[in-house]
Design a protein around this ligand. Structure first.
Ligand code: MG
Length: 504
């Protein structure tokens, strides 16, 4: 079936062996999805054992002598391979390299620490007491520094951690992007607050909805953009996420807070963007290492595209307004423009996940700077909460009075994910760059197609430029191919400028 694109004998052998690894990943994905959605509460202990066994087994198969030998053999004839085959080898070589460079006892230590740290982070956040989490964060930082030492190449050790989450990303680049973006956003943001057209508060935030009614809205919205129910699902979880068990089994989740309906609505559109990526990968990549997306940053660009660029446009609001009026009722008293303003409120907030388009990247900049300073031992964990609060005040003019609304708000560090946050901003930047590429190709703005409810054209464009390639190209190369240039924040800045202050 997929063999026509994989001709090389070594690659064929690799893929045959890889099917088992794929199957383990498939099982782990479903198990992970299940534990966030339907698993009975007390099932977590068994689930933790089962999933750690599967992960260990999968690592073993990936790094066993025969697999390593085959991948090395393929590396030796890399230049004679086609692009699909090269993709397979690149992805496998990279994971093998990361796994084999890290000693087993370090990997085990990280897994153990993560379990404890996550529990204590939860408690610290609930009790609003950083001291409960502090020793575990210290341990996580120390372990991350060790990881960086094993993986790094002598430069900034933080680069090695960034590269785990976004192939090829360095602190220098991330810092350059984020500083460029935030210094421009600050100007737009100040102007928006001064003009007051986009409100900081809206009455609709307080309106309560019935879960069943909102569920129907979400399902209908997914149907409007074209969600294939025979290959995909929508369920409920504490934190919205997307799980792709394969190219024909992609599941998204949302949550229902029963007020401020835009939160659940936009989480659905966000996750739809992730899901669409997985649903539109070249089907010949099934069961191969390039079945997934190119990187976290590229994935996030797809979710941001649907959430912000499509979903928060006036044209989209126009489409869903009758649906909202029918199912929720209380939106009837607001016209399209008023709903548009509600969906695009701007206010400095303490919490990253609540941040609007103009302030989101400041939250990432703060995390980037703190992570880099921690890993380079220029900042101690002890001092970090204070630095966090000061940076919030400096950038957004709001200061957390509780660590639960400051340094304790995100789960990432507690599960060892230092270096992950910048991929969110890469996604924001790239989404606008893709929008610009769309405009160039179609000689008109994407909003024309939204207005005509022609989501197929938009989806086809994303498929042809990005989705179909799955993980076969490294993110930098894919971005270049898809948009004709390297990552360029100027499109993002221009887009937000046009949207929020009419290009002024
Ligand atoms: Mg996302």
């Amino acid at each position: 079936m997929n063999q026509d694109i994989f001709q090389d004998e070594t690659i064929k052998e690799i893929l045959k062996r890889y099917r088992v690894i794929w199957a383990l990943g498939h099982a782990s994905s479903i198990m992970g999805w299940d534990s966030e959605t339907y698993m009975p509460k007390k099932g977590y202990e068994d689930r933790a054992v089962a999933s750690s066994e599967l992960t260990t087994l999968s690592k073993k198969l990936l790094t066993d002598d025969e697999m390593v030998r085959l991948v090395e053999k393929a590396m030796d004839k890399y230049d004679s391979l086609n692009d699909f085959e090269k993709g397979v080898v690149r992805v496998l070589e990279r994971s093998i390299r990361i796994y084999t460079k890290l000693p087993d006892d370090l990997i085990r230590k990280i897994a153990e620490t993560r379990e404890k740290a996550r529990v204590h982070w939860g408690e610290a956040k609930m009790k609003d007491d950083f001291s409960i989490f502090k020793p575990y964060l210290e341990e996580i930082v120390e372990l991350s520094i060790k990881v960086a030492e094993y993986l790094g190449n002598g430069g900034n050790p933080y680069d090695a951690l960034l590269d785990i989450f976004e192939e090829g990303l360095t602190y220098r680049d991330a810092s350059k992007y984020l500083n460029t973006v935030t210094s421009e956003l600050k100007k737009i943001f100040d102007k928006v607050l001064e003009e007051g057209y986009f409100p900081q508060k809206h009455k609709l935030e307080l309106e309560r909805y019935k879960v069943e009614a909102m569920e129907e809205v979400n399902k209908k919205v997914l149907e409007i953009v074209g969600y294939p129910w025979d290959r995909a699902r929508l369920d409920v979880s504490l934190h919205p996420f997307t799980m792709a068990a394969g190219l024909d089994d992609v599941r998204i989740t949302t949550r229902y807070e029963e007020y401020d309906f835009r939160r659940t609505l936009y989480s659905v559109l966000h996750e739809f963007g992730h899901a669409l990526y997985d649903l539109q990968v070249d089907r010949r990549f099934k069961y191969t290492p390039i079945e997934g997306g190119a990187s976290l940053g590229v994935h996030e660009s797809q979710s941001r595209f649907w959430e912000n660029i499509v979903g928060r446009s006036r044209e989209f609001v126009e489409i869903i307004k009758p649906l909202l009026d029918e199912k929720l009722g209380y939106t009837k008293g607001y016209d399209v423009e008023e709903l548009y303003k509600y969906f695009n409120m701007v206010r400095p907030s303490l919490i990253r996940v609540d941040a609007d388009e103009l302030t989101y990247d400041f939250h990432i900049l703060i995390r980037l700077e703190i992570e880099n300073a921690l890993i380079n031992r220029r900042l101690s964990v002890d001092e970090a909460p204070q630095v966090w609060n000061e940076m919030m005040e400096k950038y957004l003019g709001v200061k957390p009075y509780k660590d639960s609304e400051g340094i304790l708000q995100d789960i990432h560090w507690s599960i060892g994910m230092i270096g992950y946050f910048p991929t969110y901003s890469l996604g924001n930047i790239l989404a606008s760059q893709i929008l610009e590429a769309f405009r160039k190709e179609h000689r008109t703005d994407v909003t024309t197609y939204i207005e005509n409810r022609d989501f197929e054209t938009i989806k086809r464009f994303l498929r042809d430029r990005i989705h179909r390639y799955g993980g076969m190209y490294e993110p930098k190369k894919l971005i270049q191919m898809a948009t004709g240039e390297e990552l360029n924040p100027s499109h993002y800045i221009r887009h937000l400028r046009e949207k929020f202050i009419g290009g002024m």
